[in-house]
Design a protein around this ligand. Structure first.
Ligand code: GLA
Length: 731
């Protein structure tokens, strides 16, 4: 027994609980494991609310059943089998040697562990000491195939969080094939819950979508080989009344960066089933006798303080117990990236003035983006050849990095390690290194192809090439990019009956490569990227503390992108840059002030040709750098509150509040200006109602309750796209 996890043997009840949440399960007839409850903490459950019994037509029973009122088709379950009379979406589909995929998983036993075991080869949240969490492992077994499932549940003591994962063990004598294996199933009694998801596109990531859940099956998924810009691997389930600050909100977030599916089914009785994990499309896995398969982790969260409460539970967990980088709490250097300044058209002579200007303006890092290696003058060549282009750097890369360092700046470098161009030395030497189906031309995307990272020799090649550069000690930061999705799922290293394993083996290979590089070069600040935010997920965050949020650098478009991203990911993970106008993605012109305020709401930098700035703009940049240096710790470490959504009449607003509530930085933004404008009220959140706060610009003093309940009128915008900054300190 453990004070976080109880098992009531007489009633067959498991109860995971802390001060904030409870999670309850029960062992039912025939050993089925039912789901009883997940929600606000219940200190006194006497075992009374059990699933009612009723004979339902066409919902059959288990073999040998006498009570027709007990059906696997209606019972809320923890992990449902397929082919055993539950017609709802299954959590597992396992084919046996005889072709049958019927399984009947029943309770066998449990174990309670202090702390939280790590998942071998996969990213996962962790604990710092054993008392911080407890883990319940429940074993279910299918007696015919002898396949066992270890369902693990970790509850954190101080967080409204439960993490889950499943270990499949083949204890039988014959191989089985996993056709589907979810990380989580979560069943709800009849409900009117709504679902919030984060769909998008390249340069339009993570747009908030909220919808009612009707009868039938709905899936939020990616089969692109990556998390994708198109659909994030996070959803929230909320009541119709839930707002940013009030009401119940559940979160489901996979710690994975590959194909995913978060499926919902509202059944015949209005009950809701969630099943989430690796997408079963493009997945199958051979499991020989005595072999095991570990699913990725899923993070479940519950808040009764609306979406802000839910987001903060995730932000704290990710910042404190997922990201491992030594950079997590260190001030992130204010950088300038040359991508939108030069694209592929540069050499050392052309970059030096940008470096000079960066130093003069007070920036802290120069990042050399795509185009420095092979003979890459456009995006059609050289991926895979991580050797400096002597035409662009005639005296070598170190000559340039020395120059940057002498100017007092850190130096960052772009890589796209997972890809190969056909026009490359790597391809000429190893044409079999890419994923491609036999006798077919692989489909190009951005004229590039995906390396088979499931292969150890491919990983070794890329590791050695990168390590040679990183070991020079000249590289302070790496931007790790990934600019296409998978099309040709075939590995020359796998037999025919294992081709369904390619996508997940790729992910395991990618994680192994990331682990080795980030552990061997821990002083480097690693930034993830996939055409902007195409792989913005908790899996990558385990290796890298920050991710390029979007290739869309337009400040107005970024409001919605950063707003949606913040639903689950903290601002410390989101990089954001001031870029040139007219903006390269939208053609829109906005002020330096707006661009600065939006970028400062994340991890700050510039992405433009600093030498082309006017003297006035240079003054603005200097001031922005000073402002960011003043506020960046609060943005990085404070609590983030969404105040008012983009594209509403009120305009977007958000705030960063210090953990001890002694300080708040808030931003408000306007979009299109209106004649006869509405007076916009901003009501702040998260302050201490008892304390007095002073506006640092005007010295005016307000009560915390005054700022939260009465709020302040935002100035009327004259012209489109303006921003306002508020900085309060407690007296
Ligand atoms: C991706 C990235 C960009 C840039 C380019 C370079 O699109 O998201 O920031 O690095 O690749 O090719």
């Amino acid at each position: 027994m453990n004070d976080l996890i109880e098992f009531d043997e007489t009633q067959g009840l498991f109860h995971l609980h802390n001060q904030q949440i409870s999670y309850l399960m029960a062992i039912e007839d025939f050993g089925l494991l039912s789901h009883l409850y997940f929600g606000p903490a219940v200190a006194q459950y006497h075992g009374q609310r059990r699933y009612p019994r009723r004979d339902r037509g066409f919902s059959g029973n288990l073999p040998g059943a006498e009570d027709r009122r007990f059906s696997p088709d209606t019972l809320p379950q923890e992990f449902s089998s397929s082919g055993a009379g539950d017609y709802r979406i299954p959590a597992a589909e396992i084919y046996q040697a005889n072709g049958s995929k019927a399984t009947d998983f029943v309770y066998q036993g449990y174990q309670i562990l202090a702390g939280k075991p790590q998942l071998p080869g996969l990213p996962a949240t962790f604990v710092q000491d054993q008392a911080e969490a407890a883990t319940l492992v429940i074993t279910l077994v299918d007696s015919v195939s002898q396949v066992a499932l270890d369902l693990s549940y970790t509850i954190y003591r101080q967080r409204p969080i439960i993490t889950r994962a499943v270990l499949v063990r083949n204890q039988g004598q014959t191989p089985v094939r996993l056709n589907k294996i979810a990380s989580v199933q979560l069943d709800f009694p009849a409900t009117d819950l709504e679902v919030i998801s984060l769909p998008g596109a390249h340069v339009r990531e993570r747009q908030v979508q909220r919808e009612k859940i009707g009868y039938g099956v709905k899936s939020f998924a990616s089969r692109r080989g990556a998390t994708s810009h198109q659909m994030s691997n996070f959803i929230s389930l909320v009541t119709p009344a839930t707002t940013e600050n009030q009401g119940a909100a559940y979160g489901i977030e996979l710690v994975y960066s590959g194909n995913h599916a978060l499926e919902l089914e509202k059944d015949q009785l209005g009950q809701l089933r969630l099943v989430a994990g690796i997408n079963q499309a493009d997945f199958s896995w051979q499991l020989a006798p005595a072999e095991q398969f570990q699913t990725p982790e899923v993070i479940l969260a519950y808040s009764d303080q609306g979406l802000n409460g839910l987001s903060q539970a995730y932000h704290h967990l990710l910042k404190e117990r997922l990201v491992r980088s030594s950079w997590q709490n260190r001030p992130r250097p204010i950088l300038v990236n040359n991508w939108e300044a030069t694209y592929f058209d540069f050499d050392e002579a052309k970059l030096r003035p940008i470096v000079d200007q960066a130093a003069e303006l007070g920036l802290e890092m120069f990042v050399l983006d795509d185009g420095w290696f092979g003979h890459r003058d456009n995006d059609r060549s050289s991926l895979g050849d991580w050797v400096v282009d002597q035409r662009k750097f005639p005296q070598g890369l170190t000559h340039f990095t020395n120059y940057v360092h002498q100017k007092g700046l850190k130096f960052g470098l772009w890589f796209e390690p997972e890809m190969i161009s056909r026009d490359s030395a790597l391809y000429r030497a190893h044409p079999d290194y890419l994923l491609a189906a036999p006798d077919r031309q692989p489909a190009p995307s951005r004229d590039q192809f995906v390396l088979d990272l499931g292969r150890a020799d491919v990983r070794e090649n890329i590791y050695q090439q990168m390590a040679a550069i990183l070991a020079t000690g000249q590289i302070d930061y790496v931007k790790w990019d990934m600019n296409r999705h998978f099309a040709d799922l075939f590995s020359s290293a796998l037999p025919a009956d294992r081709q369904g394993e390619v996508s997940h083996r790729y992910m395991l290979g990618l994680y192994a490569l990331l682990e080795r590089l980030t552990q061997n070069f821990p002083q480097i600040l690693w930034e993830g990227c996939s055409g902007g935010g195409g792989r913005f997920d908790a899996g990558m965050a385990y290796y890298m503390p920050q991710i390029w949020t979007s290739d869309n650098t337009d400040a107005v478009a970024r409001l919605a992108i950063q707003w949606g991203t913040s639903l689950v990911y903290p601002p410390s993970m989101m990089t954001a840059h001031v870029s040139a106008v007219p903006n390269h993605q939208t053609g829109r012109t906005t002020s330096m002030a707006l661009r600065g305020d939006v970028a400062m709401s994340g991890m700050f930098g510039y992405e433009l040709d600093l030498t082309k700035l006017t003297p006035t703009e240079k003054q603005v940049v200097k001031a922005q750098i000073a402002t960011n240096q003043q506020y960046r710790a609060l943005v990085q470490q404070g609590d983030f509150y969404r105040l008012s959504a983009p594209e509403t009449l009120a305009g977007c607003a958000w705030a960063f509040v210090a953990a001890d509530r002694s300080e708040m930085l808030a931003f408000a933004f306007s979009e299109l200006s209106q004649a006869q404008p509405v007076f916009q009220l901003i009501k702040f959140v998260g302050l201490d109602p008892q304390r007095q706060y002073q506006d640092q610009a005007t010295q005016q003093v307000y009560g915390g309750d005054e700022l939260m309940n009465l709020g302040l009128y935002r100035p009327v915008a004259s012209g489109d796209f303006q921003s306002w900054r508020y900085h309060f300190r407690a007296l």
